[in-house]
Design a protein around this ligand. Sequence first.
Ligand SMILES: [Zn+2]
Length: 205
Amino acid sequence: MNEPWQPSGAAGPVARLIEELHRLPGIGPKSAQRLAYHLLRATRNEAQALAEAIVEVKERIVLCTVCQNVTDVDPCLICADEGRDRSLVCVVEEPLDILAVERTRGYRGLYHVLHGSISPMEGVGPEQLKVRELLERLRDGTVHEVIMATNPNLEGEATAMYIGRLLQPLGVRVTRLARGLPMGGDLEYADDLTLARALENRQEV
Ligand SMILES: [Zn+2]
């Protein structure tokens, strides 16, 4: 069961494809095999479209210089949206968390993506995250409230506390998502209603 898994018995290029697919999150050996054989049966055009989509994200996607979200236009569509409340910034760990908050349809402010959370265990400190960029954004006084929407787990809490303390001297209101999100969970998987409520009932850090 726990032996390192190898796609034995498959032809070289097929084995390589299975191995690459197996590296993706959530793809076990069986799924990798199924996907590989699915792609083998696909038309050349279908396979080409997938390959090109993968290459294109690597070539065309950059980080928004304002919020650090992944984007193909800079500033990103959210930062460029004039209808958004520029006095509110919701700080999240990963770009996918923005999608989770957007799904609640209750938030009309801006975002800031840290690209991770503080984790001494994994050697991730604030200097590896987009914290400096956040401080720089707050300089001109447009932002009045920073909502810490980091994950409801140890690292997320520590990150929220650290940034809260860092922002204190700036006179910006710092709030944290209300309890009620499943502890140890991931914002990305929170259901829309729970997340909407946690946003609504946010509390001062
Ligand atoms: Zn942006």
